[in-house]
Design a protein around this ligand. Sequence first.
Ligand code: 5GP
Length: 211
Amino acid sequence: MKRRGVLAVVSGFSGAGKGTLMKNLLNQYDNYALSISMTTRLPREGEENGREYFFVSKEIFEEKVQQDGLVEYACYCDNYYGTPREYVESQMAMGKDVLLEIEIQGALKVKEKFPEALLLFVMPPSAKELENRLTGRGTESADVVAKRLCRAVVEAQGIENYDYIVINDDLEVCTQELHSIIRTAHRSVGRNEEFIENMRQELNVLVKGEK
Ligand code: 5GP
């Protein structure tokens, strides 16, 4: 039977620790493939083309959209971000669980196109802790921290669209929780239609054969 991977969308407030969580999952388990997005924003210091993102011009991005080469895309803070289709589809077909670390508008588009996708939202243990983490990074000005907290207020309104929340208090505990939710998704009825159908047919044959 062909095993298809789970498409897991991970969103969360800036400062919730999504990036570290993704790295931890990838380091600990080999069933995951992290999609690398395409973006029109400029690389930050230390970022590499093809590692954090594929950094492209607006023209190239629009061309990719025209070719239907993106699973989803969204405009976030004046820049485009999108998920390249080919990688996602090929990795899932190979049975890998594909992780998309994307913001909420994109997450909703993924759910429309792939209703079986698993939508996960990473939360800090408290709002105060989120503020501490954002300030503690030491890389952002008070102004930027305030903007990100305002953005969190807006994003918090959309959490009901997600399937599960995970609370990133202890990184290890949170990583295990995320992993176990994704593992469990492999057992959903929708993802096992072929197995269920085979079972029905086998049962029919068995019952008829015994008559
Ligand atoms: P940053 O510029 O800080 O790397 O990312 C800004 C936001 O864009 C983050 O919330 C990130 O999760 C989101 N993002 C990154 N890649 C994609 C993508 O391919 N599609 C969408 N919709 N959002 C993305």
